[in-house]
Design a protein around this ligand. Structure first.
Ligand SMILES: [Zn+2]
Length: 270
């Protein structure tokens, strides 16, 4: 008799997707359609430890024949899941350390309104200080240039894994900048989601869109160049999103006299 499926509660689904960067924990390929898998194969056990994000291909590997014929068993999935979540967490923490308002402006005066903590990452904060915004927008240019130098070293290798790694580092950095800039909008402006989950979802859907657009014959048919192109396109999109936010925020905070937006834009794109 089939086990009764209890729908995964939205907040738990959102959490496991976020912790996994909406990416399959087995192949860690960004932009593939994913689903939430019940590790113990009991569809009513929606405890977060029992949930793993898998792409459709990797999910199929758990289904083949059942029993010993399986390419992936529960213990292997648990191991992959744990390692992947750790990696995602480290990456996000690193990006946070580089691009946070506190790092970039040297300020400790940010008002932090914590609604929820994802481990030590502050998930929600709001700011409304024009001086802080001004410092952030100015100083982020220098940090951006430094990040590009580091990424360029990876891009110059021409090795797919490293090239993609360079783009993913930049994407993590841009994601964090978007989150920080969003804190200068009114609380709840971008909906009820936490800003980091919100931007993570947008970025992941961009990955998915470019991958689908570039692989008309299905996932994996376009070769390794697809992942490189996808990463590059997503990166450029995020860079542009930041420009739009800076443009809007400088005028809504009336700091457009102090920050010459067209100059800022050309420095950002350098
Ligand atoms: Zn996969």
């Amino acid at each position: 008799m089939p086990k009764k499926r209890v729908e995964i509660p939205d907040d738990i689904a959102a959490e496991i997707l976020f912790l996994s960067d909406r990416t399959c924990c087995i192949c860690s390929t960004r932009g593939k359609a994913v689903q939430i898998h019940h590790i113990d194969e009991n569809p009513s056990n929606n405890s977060i430890d029992n949930l793993a994000v898998l792409c459709l291909e990797c999910h199929n590997e758990t289904m083949i024949n059942g029993g010993f014929g399986r390419k992936l068993n529960a213990n292997q999935i648990i191991k992959y899941r744990k390692e992947w979540i750790e990696r995602v967490k480290k990456r996000k923490k690193k990006a946070d350390e580089i691009a946070s308002i506190e790092t970039v402006t040297g300020s400790t005066k940010t008002i932090i309104a914590t609604d929820k903590l994802v481990d030590n990452i502050v998930a929600y904060k709001t700011n409304d200080d024009p001086d802080l915004l001004k410092d952030y927008i100015r100083n982020i240019l220098t940090i951006h240039q430094k990040q590009l130098v580091v990424a360029q070293e990876k891009w110059d290798t021409g090795i797919t894994v490293k090239v993609n790694g360079g783009s993913y580092d930049m994407i993590d950095f841009y994601e964090e900048v978007l989150i920080e800039l969003s804190s200068f909008y009114p609380k709840g402006h971008f909906g009820n989601q936490l800003p980091n989950e919100y931007f993570n979802e947008i970025i992941s859907s961009k990955f998915e869109w470019y991958r689908l657009a570039l692989e008309p014959d299905g996932a994996g048919t376009g070769g390794t160049i697809v992942s490189t192109m996808t990463g590059g396109h997503v990166m450029e999109d995020l860079k542009q999103m930041i420009i739009d936010m800076v443009n809007t925020l400088t005028s809504s905070y009336n700091i457009d006299k102090e920050i010459d937006f067209s100059q800022w834009r050309s420095d950002w794109l350098q």
